[in-house]
Design a protein around this ligand. Sequence first.
Ligand SMILES: C[S@@+](CC[C@H](N)C(=O)[O-])C[C@H]1O[C@@H](n2cnc3c(N)ncnc32)[C@H](O)[C@@H]1O
Length: 221
Amino acid sequence: MTSPDGLNPGEAWLNDLVTTVSSTSDELAFYQRTAAGYDEIVKHLDVEAPDLCMKAICNFEQKTGVKIPRDGRVLDIGAGTGLSGAALKRNGFTGQVDALEPSTNMFQLAKPRKIYTEWFQELLLEDKETSIPSDCYDLAFSVSVFSDRSATSKCLPECIRILKPGGHLAIAMMKHFWARDFEDKVKHMEEENLARLVYDETLLEKYAKGHHGLVFILQKL
Ligand SMILES: C[S@@+](CC[C@H](N)C(=O)[O-])C[C@H]1O[C@@H](n2cnc3c(N)ncnc32)[C@H](O)[C@@H]1O
């Protein structure tokens, strides 16, 4: 099925997201409105980002000898309908997995997947802490959430705050956002001794139709 301008439903959804959404409130409204079709949309976009993010985590471990504990506590930031959490479980994470997801319509579809223990129905914001206590996660990970619209580079310090010292933050996002301001923000966090960049990997295929992805991993200092 294609739209009048020749886009399949996934491409039309993505086009709508990037051309009409420019703020946190727009983005929340967008996901509330489109939640019911989300799992089908990612199929139309050939998205394999959750498994690619897991693969990048394994590549990081192989290259560095670091092992992220599979029985540790994990936060899925922007958990959506649970596709990212499902990839975690498929890839051997057996510990408690919690979700940060502001959209009730998205998360209603995640619940039957029975992946998450705690649900923080909250937004990551640039200038406000979430209710999540400091220093409690071994791994926070986020797939297809960070951009320059809602969860921006300015939200990274909050994702570091909730990690245990030495814990890891793995983010998969569209690659073009890195050079826009994520790279500078990460350098700044390194200078402040908050975190260091320990790995990055470009995802060439199957991130989303026509777009390359990037996974980067930060370690809390
Ligand atoms: C493209 S979906 C990705 C869902 C899931 N991670 C996956 O891989 O399928 C993006 C999700 O991020 C959530 N989101 C958007 N802005 C957010 C923010 N500022 N803080 C937390 N979640 C946010 C949306 O509600 C949506 O469920």
